[in-house]
Design a protein around this ligand. Structure first.
Ligand code: SF4
Ligand code: FES
Length: 249
């Protein structure tokens, strides 16, 4: 069993200044997930009549993208290619001090404690992250359209983006390019995505800029910290798509 000191960002609401508060926790099993460890702390706080620490979570299996925790200065903690909910306490040592903070980006304002508002990502998706399909009864079976294996694989890889925002949180410019490029690439590589390709990339990039995300300066921290291993290759593809769309427009 492990004894730890947690240094957690507490912030009552968006207007509160916020501060780091120390919490000792004991009896933590190395087999617990990071979120289960926070559950133990919150149970203790509730029993003491104190306000539990607010943090986002849903699936707890690496697919929903909500568990946005900055742990010891890294998005999703010290392991690569996993989300905070998949992180286990065996990645830490007895006696460790662990800093736990929310994503830091102007476009992701803190709602409370460790929860940030990531609705900017929803608005970018709504600007173009979809295809329009004729559902009048004569819709072609998607499997009837042959797609090169290489393109299908790359589109699938792009589609594994879970919209967690770790790319933004780990970028010194708070750029959302990796996220947006994954969403653009997912369709740009498939014939089904061609009809709206021009509007899609222009509208999604416009919305990304309107939300206040920073520019990409090719540092690559996003690719390193992305739990799904989304490649920088997608950013290069989005830039090509954007240039082609601008010339057409
Ligand atoms: S690109 Fe990676 S880090 Fe960024 S939102 Fe998608 S899954 Fe998360
Ligand atoms: S809680 Fe769903 S990805 Fe972590």
């Amino acid at each position: 069993m492990m004894n730890l000191t947690l240094k957690i960002w507490r912030q009552k609401n968006a207007d509160d200044k916020g501060k780091i508060v120390d919490y000792p926790v004991s009896g933590i099993s190395p087999d617990m997930s990071f979120l289960e460890m926070l559950d133990v702390l919150n149970q203790e706080l509730i029993e003491k009549g104190e306000e539990p620490v607010a943090f986002d979570h849903d699936c707890r299996e690496g697919i929903c993208g909500t568990c946005s925790l900055y742990i010891n200065g890294r998005a999703h903690g010290p392991q690569t290619h996993i989300t905070a909910c998949q992180l286990h306490m065996r990645s830490f040592n007895d006696g460790d001090t662990i800093y736990i903070e929310p994503w830091r980006a102007n476009a992701f304002p803190v709602i409370k404690d460790l929860i940030v508002d990531r609705s900017a990502f929803d608005r970018i998706q709504q600007a173009g992250g979809f295809i329009s399909v004729n559902t009048s009864g004569n819709t072609q079976d998607a499997n009837a359209i042959p797609i090169e294996k290489e393109h299908a694989d790359k589109a699938f890889d792009a589609a594994t983006c879970i919209g967690c925002g770790a790319c933004v949180a780990s970028c010194k410019n708070s750029s959302a390019m990796l996220f947006v490029s994954a969403k653009v690439s997912q369709f740009a590589l498939l014939p089904q995505g061609q009809v709206e390709a021009t509007d899609r990339v222009l509208n999604m990039v416009k919305q990304m800029d309107a939300e206040g995300f920073g520019n990409c300066t090719n540092t690559g921290a996003c690719e390193v910290e992305c739990p799904k291993g989304i490649s920088l290759e997608n950013i290069a593809r989005m830039n090509r798509e954007y240039l082609a769309a601008s010339l057409k427009g």
